[in-house]
Design a protein around this ligand. Structure first.
Ligand code: NAD
Length: 485
């Protein structure tokens, strides 16, 4: 196993504008490299006191950004996108080290993040408002699209480079200041992103990034100086965030988890469908909110699909994140590893049939947090395996005979983030796209995260949108002006 590039790690300190904090109310924790299980450095965590200072700084800095002209904001976002590309290699290495992400995947992220920033840079000079029809008297009624003010961004650990771009692109384009709280598991990329934002011309204090644990998140969501909370994470934490924000009646946008299905019909390109189904297990080691972690397959093609899928999964290169040929790395922590193995053990006990995987990886990988790509078939549809987001490399397979049955199964969880549809029948594709309860439907492939497309959930996957105009609207609110003529 290669040693991680620890020379890229920052010294243990929090930065709140120009204030350097080494003794914080949130204490310290060790960052552990997921591929070796070994600590890399200490991390200073924000607590309530640092969150308060971060929000105060963002409030003070807000007017310099909110009141700047559209082209100033546009150009700063474009420069920030350029800087992500200039520093692409070190950002990719830092992202890989942070959560054990395979470097071949991490290398694709800076360009994708830059693309999101460029897309929203393009909106800066198009934000305005509209003129409305009025009656019965003669009047002029128009709207002004205004930023909320200080936005609290609470982000998960599973891809902080993209989370930062997806949050800062629209929030800054709209003219907000942002306090971001990354997870204590992923504390490096966010602060680096904020440094680059300052280099790009975003005034210091407009983006304040303070990694911390649940107490920091709670202090931020419940802070009276926050005008909107944008939360990305699990539903369980989302409930807490709603309660914390309720103290000040602060509006909350929620981007939550998923249990997205792949629906494979008997007319599909089965090799391609099996390849995409495999990525539900392998991509980010199953730790992506939109991973397709349920496979619903027509019974006529079930055996063929499972044969292709298992053969491919047995060949997947699981291992050293720094090795360019590695496709799947570890899961994020020892705790996550134990939790996932617990789900696998309970699924076995509950009678699901294990097709492939089912344990921790041994040999050279035994010290890291590696879980084998795992597939179960025929689990009871009410079990944890089928109903809960596992956030690990585990796929649950069921079969169906009719289209109605497929849709019924697809919709039979409390989640509704994405759905992957594999069919060559165009009418069916349109029918099912309407019938599935999901924020996004991807037919015969998946484009990854496109900046122009709204991504988000229905049901307990949340209601906010990232991307596109809908994503920008999360950070704007219309003010109405009426004048008699
Ligand atoms: P999590 O819910 O445990 O934590 C998310 C963030 O909330 C972290 O920064 C955490 O420190 C913070 N937090 C914890 N307790 C808090 C509290 N009481 N108040 C405020 N903040 C608090 O989620 P995670 O394990 O970091 O990430 C995985 C989850 O995120 C999965 O459910 C995944 O599906 C979801 N996710 C969703 C999307 C999306 O766009 N829909 C994207 C990525 C991840």
């Amino acid at each position: 196993m290669s040693q991680p590039p620890t020379h890229l790690l920052p010294e243990p300190a929090l930065w709140i504008g120009e204030e350097r904090v080494v003794d914080s109310s949130g204490g310290r924790t060790d960052h552990v490299y997921a591929a070796t299980g070994q600590p890399t450095t200490q991390v200073v965590l924000a607590g309530p006191a640092e969150i308060d200072r971060a929000v105060t700084l963002a409030r003070e800095s807000l007017p310099r950004w909110r009141d700047s002209s559209a082209e100033v904001r546009r150009d700063a976002l474009l420069r920030l996108a350029d800087l992500l590309l200039v520093h692409a290699e070190s950002l990719a290495a830092l992202q890989s080290l942070e959560i054990g992400l395979p470097i071949q995947l991490a290398r694709r992220l800076p360009a994708l993040a830059a693309d999101h920033l460029r897309y929203y840079a393009g909106w800066c000079d198009k934000i305005g408002g509209e003129v409305l029809p009025t009656w019965p008297g003669r009047s002029l009624d128009y709207t002004l699209d205004e930023p909320f003010g200080v936005v609290a961004g609470i982000i998960p650990w599973n891809g902080s480079l993209m989370s930062m771009a997806q949050l800062l692109g629209p929030a800054l384009a709209a003219g907000n200041a942002v306090v971001v709280k990354p997870s204590e598991l992923a504390p490096f990329v966010g602060p680096r992103f904020a440094e680059l934002a300052v280099q790009a011309g975003v005034p210091r204090g407009v983006v304040v990034v303070v990694p911390g644990g649940p107490s920091a998140g709670a202090a931020l969501a419940g802070h009276p100086g926050v005008d909107k909370v944008h939360f990305t994470g699990s539903g369980a934490t989302g409930r807490q965030v709603l309660a914390e924000a309720a103290r000040n009646l602060t509006p909350v946008a929620l981007e939550l988890g998923g249990k997205s299905p792949h629906l494979i019909f008997d007319d599909a390109d089965l090799r391609s469908a099996a390849r995409y189904a495999m990525s539900g297990v392998v991509a980010l080691s199953g730790q992506g909110c939109a991973n397709g972690t349920r496979l619903l397959v027509h019974s006529a093609v079930r055996d063929q699909v499972l044969q292709t899928l298992t053969a491919r999964l047995r060949r997947v290169r699981v291992g050293d994140p720094a090795d360019e040929t590695t496709v799947m790395g570890p899961v994020v922590s020892g705790q996550a590893c134990d939790r996932i193995i617990g789900v696998i053990d309970r699924a076995r006990t509950a009678g699901a049939q294990l097709l492939v995987g089912g344990g921790r990886c041994g040999g050279d990988l035994a010290d890291g947090f590696f879980v084998e790509p795992t597939v179960f078939v025929d689990a009871d549809r009410d079990t944890e395996l089928v109903q809960e987001e596992i956030f690990g490399p585990v796929l649950a397979v069921s079969s169906f005979d009719t289209e109605d049955e497929a849709v019924e199964l697809a919709n039979a969880t409390r989640y509704g983030l994405g759905a992957y549809l594999h069919t060559n029948d165009l009418r069916r594709a349109h029918r099912i796209s309407r019938a599935v309860a999901a924020g996004s439907v991807w037919v015969n492939g998946a484009p990854g995260l496109m900046p122009s497309a709204p991504f988000g959930g229905v049901k307990q996957s949340g209601s906010a949108r990232i991307g596109g105009l809908a994503g920008l609207r999360e950070f704007l609110r219309p003010k109405n002006v009426w004048i008699p003529v």
